[in-house]
Design a protein around this ligand. Structure first.
Ligand code: GTP
Ligand code: MG
Length: 385
């Protein structure tokens, strides 16, 4: 089976395909197969999931994603081992087959009711009919409270959710970044390990989530309905410049004239927006997810985009910089939460916050003071040990 996933420079394998041990990648075999934490690749759960993923089993994929979403310390170690192995697999496949072994990560956003679910159902079926395996991950900021509204949304993708070559998974929100969590990134990698070569990440156009999704996909498409009022005006400025493709949905029946107007409106608005890449100007396509009209042309456009990005080297370089960006996002996230949870600082934080709000202390000075306090607390802890 074709496996897709990682890419980048170098390979942990030598030219004969033997796995090297050591190196700067950190993927050191000795470490992996039995670290000081007692969790290694020999761990029965890691082994079982790895086997299942390599065989493309959807149940193993679901279990693996649940594992990477956990906050349980032991399970986190198991998840880390699993991901390490999966990344090694992907790196090897990339080493052998290059960019053609990579999936297409497709991000989708649009206002409520734009027809995103209907579109995914249509596009997903189109892909699976062509022999692809499609995974749909949802980033839903509301899922923390509703228990995952995208689960309910499977009913709007009735055919795709029954398709053996498709996998639909809602992503629970942990409250970071408006719903996009580190686990979505990791879920993408796991889907690829299970042989899914089209990964669709859907986000609901609320807050920051769509901006974060842009940073985890190869192609970001904005899907809009014909008509629409102020909401779209707001959408335009922010997301348009992030998009690689704009899709005007519901271009069917009586809605065709409105869809045309919308298309022209967006085409003219785009004239004032600097494209993300000099190799690609953002197309605005009219389609109907209901009738399927325009879906095959959209597919052609996506293929063309991929080819252009691959040829100019952006396809791989973007993924590399996305990974670096996420490293920093997670690091900042972790640092801030360590800081906030650091014992003995709560009162000081409250007091300094108050002084900043009262205009007695400048925010910059306040940050310096709090950071210094935090360092002092850590030093004291060190001394006690
Ligand atoms: N006429 C027409 N209706 C469509 C089309 N696509 C979706 N719809 C309808 O638009 C409504 C909303 O579609 P959804 O696919 O649920 O939209 P969504 O963007 O996923 O909505 P949320 O998940 O609530 O944000 C449904 O009643 C669909 O039947 C289309 O191409 N043409
Ligand atoms: Mg939906």
């Amino acid at each position: 089976m074709r496996r897709v996933g990682g890419e980048g420079c170098g390979s942990p394998w030598d030219r004969d395909g033997r796995k090297e041990t050591g190196g700067r990648s950190g993927l050191v075999t000795e470490e992996v197969s039995g670290g000081s934490d007692g969790i290694g690749t020999g761990d029965p759960l890691v082994q079982r999931l790895l086997k299942g993923l390599r065989a493309g089993h959807r149940a193993s994929l679901a279990e693996s994603i649940t594992l990477v979403e956990t906050s349980h310390p032991k399970k986190k170690l198991q998840a880390r081992q699993l991901l390490t192995e999966v990344l090694q697999d992907a790196k090897y496949t990339y080493y052998l087959y290059g960019t053609k072994s990579l999936s297409l990560r497709l991000g989708l956003s649009g206002p409520p009711g734009a027809g995103k679910s209907t579109f995914i159902e249509r596009l997903g079926k189109f892909y699976t009919a062509k022999g692809h395996k499609v995974a749909v991950l949802a980033v839903d900021p509301s899922s923390a409270t509703t228990g995952g509204s995208l689960l309910g949304d499977k009913t709007r993708m009735p055919e795709l959710s029954r398709d053996m070559n498709a996998y639909i998974r809602p992503s629970p929100s942990r409250g970071h970044l408006g719903g996009v969590t580190r686990s979505t990134n990791e879920a993408i990698v796991l889907c690829e390990a299970a042989g899914f070569d089209i990964i669709i990440v859907e986000t609901i156009g609320v807050g920051q989530s769509e901006f974060s999704v842009v940073d985890m996909v190869d192609l970001f498409a904005l899907i809009i309905p014909p008509g629409g009022g102020d909401e779209l005006q707001g959408l335009k400025r922010g997301i348009m410049e992030m998009s690689d493709l704009i899709v005007v949905n519901k271009s069917d029946g009586d809605l065709i004239p409105a869809a045309r107007r919308m298309q022209y409106e967006y085409i003219s608005a785009l004239k004032y927006i600097r494209p993300k890449s000099k190799h690609w100007s953002i197309p605005v396509k009219r389609i109907s997810s209901l009738t399927g009209e325009g879906i095959d042309e959209l597919w052609d456009l996506m293929q063309k985009y991929r080819k252009i990005m691959e040829d100019c080297g952006k396809f791989v370089s973007c993924r590399r910089s996305q990974r670096r960006a996420w490293l920093w996002t997670h690091l900042k996230d972790s640092l801030v939460s360590t800081f906030i949870n650091s014992s003995g600082l709560k009162e000081k934080i409250d007091q300094i916050e108050q002084e900043v709000m009262d205009g007695v202390l400048s925010p910059g000075d306040a940050a310096d003071i709090l950071l210094q306090e935090h360092i002092d607390v850590l030093k004291q802890k060190d001394r006690k040990i």
